[in-house]
Structure formats: structure tokens, C-alpha cells
Design a protein around this ligand. Structure first.
Ligand SMILES: C[S@@+](CC[C@H](N)C(=O)[O-])C[C@H]1O[C@@H](n2cnc3c(N)ncnc32)[C@H](O)[C@@H]1O
Length: 613
């Protein structure tokens, strides 16, 4: 066991003015096997800027033995091969991709991936030893930590201190990726809009600035101009939605009118009845028949061969497209469809069972998001006198989508636990301090850190968006915050619930902060470990937290837990390693966690480390 950090490490940190490294190192050492020496490998690399992140191909300067504090001089080597002093001799520099997992690296497969910075712990066979430990696996319990007296095992998840590097264009040999289809773009556009802050309304009362915006460029004037932009943006989005709603409804009305005409005059063929209905429409629309066709058709050149022959129906290509999107995806799909929907319907190339199936599949999830994030959105359906009250109320993550397309309340998915009082969960955006344990002294605070400076990018951190300059994770800190585009879904392979991404998260971007009760002393229940060895704390999500509580493990995860420091306090965040829209968000819970869980891993990956238990 390494008791305190060697003076050499402290001296290095002093020289480099890096006050947080000792805490990070202590945390990484925590939980490491105590029967082996640990080494701190020190590397150097050339960069084009003092603040750029570490790069590949680092040169090794030497190692410090953390047990005895002695320096281990570097062997001669080339940048392409970086020996791991404490490891198993596997080549750690043979891959071009970055692949990190949380702190506990004990069961890492022998094929190692190149890292650009951070700490790597040696392998250990402690899994075998630990199998004898008592296990308590009260999954998803929301009992209070301190009510739970007997269990002594610790099921904890650690975080990483390394950020997945954002991909730089043109670097490395990226595997070929399929271009998104028009349907992919349509569906991702719908989700993006549902998760945006757009405000749809039927109310078109006069939009005008409240002050004279021609009176200079004061902050007040600028704010007023911004407000004007926002109002007109919302108004144009609302207009477009209203127009599509009415046009989709027009198609239904047109069909009904055609049927009535044929009922009244059975002699009319279907086409003749339609032509009459078109002429009736033109009278009111004040368009020539040709105009009506042109507006509703695709390009004129497409008309005869594709549309007319295929459908034998004039003038309903685009509007019919809107109706079909509504029929399969529900009104929410049409209302939140973004600008591309017009072109999508105009060319109609991807209309068919494939699209309809996808729309049916997302329909209830879309309605959950629309009802909970935009509670007034159904009001705009009043334009066609459609009265439909909101179906889903409360928090967006209080609902679970199922593969069958239905929705369940979150609580009902935990009935099998037979908890007294049922599954109660409070959604919180910020961690709550357990004052019974810590008083007012937040253990996340790192005294050595300057509250106003980001220890990663060294830019100013401020909760005031106009002053903040740290853009490490702007979706979470120092920027405009909005609901994470994720939903809770019912897995099909026995993991109960999981979290699905509705929009893509680029590699290196934040998905969410791991929020919960900041406490200590919990055993036998899932906790996240934070802080340092001398100032540890746990984040417990049993009764309160956010969607990160429902993220499952995978041995080939697409995200990772990571530490970040915001305004002098440690935060645990979930960072993407590259998550595509529609994918389940997964992290690696680590070896230590699985050691205490009497279950087999169901991640289904070929590289699964815990399927045999
Ligand atoms: C933090 S919860 C994740 C959400 C959980 N699936 C639920 O429905 O509440 C962790 C628990 O989920 C289950 N779980 C997560 N990933 C799993 C996996 N890959 N295989 C089997 N069970 C898993 C385990 O029971 C684990 O203790």
C-alpha cells in the first residue's frame, strides 16, 4: 500500500504549478492492488501550444516508484514503444485509438490501447481473491443508506481523470462510416427539435420590442433585439408547424370529400371525384389547378413518371407525406419535424414500410419528450379543433419506453423489488449534500484549487455565462443548459431499464453529471466514489439523482465516468466516447463493482469480461 506521495511527485507538481495532480494520483492509487509496486511513468511530448492536450507518441522521461519514492531511470526506447513499468509487458502503444475505462484496470484484456495521458495501474489477479467476499446485491434499492445496517461489501464505481480526446479531422485512419439516410436525418431532426428550447404557440399577437431599439447599442437595446429574434424564431417555427398540421389534415378532408362526392354520384370514378374536389379547393385557395398541383407536387420533371404513375393521384405528394408522418409517428413527429421535412416529402424517395416502422417505434418516446418538455405543445392542434390533453406529465425520465411501443411509469418497472411504499425517486440537477454526515463542508471542494480557473484549460470559470471562458463541458457548466436528449428504456435482455441517446453525442462531449446524495459510509448498495483517500465521499443515487442512475454497464462502453473540476469542486460526469443516436449509453462499471455483484454481465460483447461468474 502506498501511504503518502513521494517528495519527488510533490516537487514535480510544484515546478509545474499543478495543485490537483496529487489528489488525482491518490485517487487513482486508491483501490489498486497492494501487493505490487506502483510506478508513476513520466512522459513528455511536443505540442504546438502550452494548453493543448497530451498527444500520441510521448517520450518517456522516467518512472518514480511510488512505494519507495525512488527514481527509475528510463530505458532507451522509441516513441512507438512505451514500456509499462508496472504492467504485464503488453505493448501499450500499438493502437491508434484511445480506449479508457474507469480507474480500476485490474482485468484489462492483455491487448492494451495507447493512452495520451493519465495514469495506468498494473494488472492484478485480485478478482480470484475477492470472490470469497460476502455479497449483497439489493439492486435498485431506494432504501436510505443509513437504514441499511448489515451489508459490509462495497459496490462502488470509480471515475476516470482522463478525457476522451475529441477527434481531429483528418487524423488517423478512421473506419468508414455510413452516410445518414434521409430518414435518419428526418428522425434526428425531429428529436433535435423536441429537445430544443423552441416554444410553439398558436398565439400570433403582435411581436414587437418593448423599448426603442433604434436608440443606440446599450445592453438593454441589444437584449431587446435578441428577444425580438427569439420571438420571431418561435413564431416562424410555430407557423411552419401549424401549416403542416393543416395541410396533413387537408389530405384527410380531401379523401373524405372525394368519398362523399362518389356517394352522392355513384357514377363518378375515383379520379373524377378527386378532380372535382381539387377544383372545389382551388375556388377557395384562389389558385389555379396547376398552381395547386405545383405547390403540392415535387419537381415538375418528377411528376409524370414517378408520382402520377405510381400513385395515380395528383397534387398530394407533399401534403400526403405530412399526413403519413403524422399517421405513423403521431402529431408530435410532424409538429417537431425540422426544416428538412419539406424536401423529404417532396422527393418521397424513402417513404415506405421501413420509415413507417421507425416512426411507429419512436412515437411514444416522442410524445413523452414533447408532453414533458413542451407541456403546451398540443395547444397548436386546436387549429384543426383537435383536443388532445397531455398524456405524459411530470419529469421526462419518470417514464420508460418499451420495445412494444408502449410507455410505463418508472415506478412500475421496479414493482418486482416489492419496496415498502414503492419505488420513489426524486430527479435532481445538482448533487445534494448529506448534512448529517458532512455538515456544510462539501467534501467535493478541493482547497488547493482556484475557484475561478479551470485546472484543465486554465481559462476562467464562472456561473455567469457572459463571463465564463471555460468551454471544456459547456453543456453542463458555464453554458446554456438544456435537457439531455436521452430517455429511459426497457431493455430486452434482462437488464431491466437502460438509457438511450436520442441525439448523437460526439466523442469527448458531456452527456450528464452524475448527481445524487453526497454522503459516506454506505455499504452493499451502488455508490460512486469521489474525493481523495484522505477526503473520500460517496454519491448515492438510491433515492435521488438523474438519468445517470439508469446507465448500464458494457465491457465495450461508449461512454465513461470522469472527474472534472468546476469552480473548485469535483464533479463526476459522464463523457461520450462517441455515441450515435438511438444507441444505448453504457459505461464500464469496473472490476471492483462486478466483484461484489452476484450477477453475470449481459452486455453481450465478444470481449465481455464478466459473463462467466
Ligand atoms: C445503476 S443500475 C443500472 C440500471 C438498472 N438496469 C435498472 O434498471 O435500474 C446497475 C444495475 O443494473 C444491472 N446491470 C447493469 N449493467 C448490466 C449488465 N451489463 N449486465 C447485467 N446487469 C446489468 C445490474 O443489476 C446492476 O447492479
Amino acid at each position: 500500500m502506498v501511504s503518502s506521495l513521494p517528495p519527488l511527485v510533490s516537487q514535480l507538481c510544484d515546478i509545474l504549478h499543478n495543485p490537483i495532480f496529487p489528489a488525482q494520483l491518490a485517487s487513482a492509487i486508491q483501490g489498486s492492488p497492494n501487493d505490487k509496486d506502483l510506478y508513476l511513468r513520466i512522459e513528455a511530448s511536443l505540442t504546438t501550444g502550452a494548453r493543448s492536450t497530451s498527444s500520441n507518441g510521448a517520450l518517456q522521461l522516467g518512472c518514480i516508484n511510488l512505494r519507495n519514492g525512488m527514481l527509475v531511470p528510463s530505458p532507451s526506447f522509441t516513441p512507438a514503444h512505451t514500456p509499462d513499468p508496472g504492467g504485464d509487458g503488453a505493448d501499450s502503444a500499438s493502437e491508434s485509438t484511445l480506449h479508457f475505462t474507469p480507474d480500476d484496470h485490474e482485468s484489462r484484456p492483455s491487448k492494451r490501447h495507447k493512452t495520451v495521458s493519465g495514469l495506468r495501474l498494473p494488472h492484478s489477479s485480485s478478482l480470484e481473491k475477492s470472490k470469497a467476499r460476502p455479497l449483497h446485491t439489493k439492486e435498485a434499492s431506494n432504501s436510505h443508506p443509513h437504514d441499511n445496517e448489515s451489508p459490509k461489501s462495497i459496490r462502488q464505481v470509480h471515475s476516470d481523470t482522463r478525457f476522451p480526446q475529441r477527434a481531429k479531422p483528418g487524423q488517423g485512419l478512421d473506419p468508414p462510416v455510413l452516410e445518414p439516410t434521409s430518414s435518419d436525418k428526418l428522425i434526428s431532426g425531429i428529436w433535435r427539435q423536441v429537445y430544443s428550447s423552441v416554444q410553439l404557440s398558436r398565439d400570433f399577437s403582435d411581436v414587437k420590442p418593448t423599448i426603442n431599439i433604434r436608440s443606440g447599442a446599450s445592453l438593454e437595446v441589444f437584449e431587446s433585439v435578441n428577444a425580438l429574434c427569439l420571438q420571431y424564431y418561435n413564431r416562424s417555427q410555430s407557423s411552419r408547424a401549424l401549416e403542416m398540421i393543416v395541410q396533413a389534415f387537408w389530405v384527410e378532408s380531401f379523401e373524405a370529400r372525394t368519398a362523399v362526392l362518389r356517394y352522392e354520384k355513384p357514377i363518378l370514378s375515383k379520379t373524377e371525384a378527386r378532380m372535382i374536389a381539387v377544383r372545389e379547393a382551388c375556388v377557395v385557395l384562389n389558385w389555379r389547378e396547376k398552381d395547386l398541383r405545383n405547390r403540392m407536387y415535387a419537381l415538375p420533371s418528377l411528376r409524370p413518371p414517378i408520382l402520377r404513375q405510381k400513385t395515380n393521384e395528383p397534387c398530394r405528394a407533399i401534403w400526403r407525406g405530412y399526413k403519413e408522418i403524422k399517421d405513423y409517428g403521431g402529431w408530435a413527429a410532424l409538429v417537431f419535424a425540422s426544416a428538412g421535412v419539406y424536401r423529404f416529402c417532396k422527393y418521397r424517395s424513402e417513404f415506405g414500410e421501413g420509415l413507417f416502422c421507425r416512426l411507429r417505434h419512436i412515437r411514444s418516446g416522442l410524445e413523452i419528450a414533447a408532453d414533458t418538455l413542451h407541456p403546451g405543445w398540443r395547444d397548436i392542434l386546436q387549429v384543426i379543433q383537435q383536443d388532445t390533453p397531455a398524456v405524459y406529465t411530470g419529469h421526462p425520465h419518470g417514464w420508460v419506453t418499451t420495445p412494444e411501443g408502449t410507455c410505463l411509469t418508472l415506478a412500475s418497472t421496479y414493482e418486482y423489488l416489492n419496496l415498502p411504499g414503492g419505488f420513489q425517486y426524486t430527479f435532481i440537477d445538482e448533487c445534494v449534500l448529506d448534512e448529517k454526515v458532512f455538515g456544510r463542508d462539501d467534501p467535493r471542494r478541493v482547497p488547493e484549487l482556484d475557484e475561478d480557473t479551470c485546472p484543465v484549460c486554465h481559462e476562467k470559470q464562472s456561473d455567469d455565462i457572459t463571463e465564463n471562458q471555460c468551454v471544456c463541458f459547456p453543456a453542463l457548466f458555464g453554458g446554456v443548459r438544456s435537457s439531455a436528449p436521452v430517455q429511459i428504456f426497457r431493455t430486452t435482455n434482462g437488464k431491466n431499464n437502460g438509457v438511450v441517446a436520442r441525439c448523437p453525442f460526439d466523442r469527448g462531449t458531456a452527456i450528464g453529471e452524475f448527481t445524487g446524495l453526497i454522503t459516506s459510509g454506505i455499504t452493499g448498495l451502488d455508490v460512486m466514489i469521489g474525493g481523495t483517500r484522505s477526503r473520500p465521499y460517496q454519491i448515492f443515487q438510491g433515492r435521488m439523482g438523474n438519468f445517470t442512475r439508469f446507465i448500464n454497464h458494457s465491457c465495450r462502453p461508449n461512454s465513461q465516468f470522469q472527474r472534472f473540476y468546476w469552480r473548485g469542486k469535483e464533479r463526476i460526469i459522464v463523457v461520450s466516447r462517441g455515441v450515435s443516436a438511438g444507441a444505448e449509453i453504457t459505461v464500464d462499471y469496473s472490476e471492483g463493482y462486478w466483484r461484489s455483484l452476484e450477477k453475470r454481465c449481459l452486455c453481450g460483447e465478444a470481449c465481455c469480461r464478466f459473463k462467466e461468474r
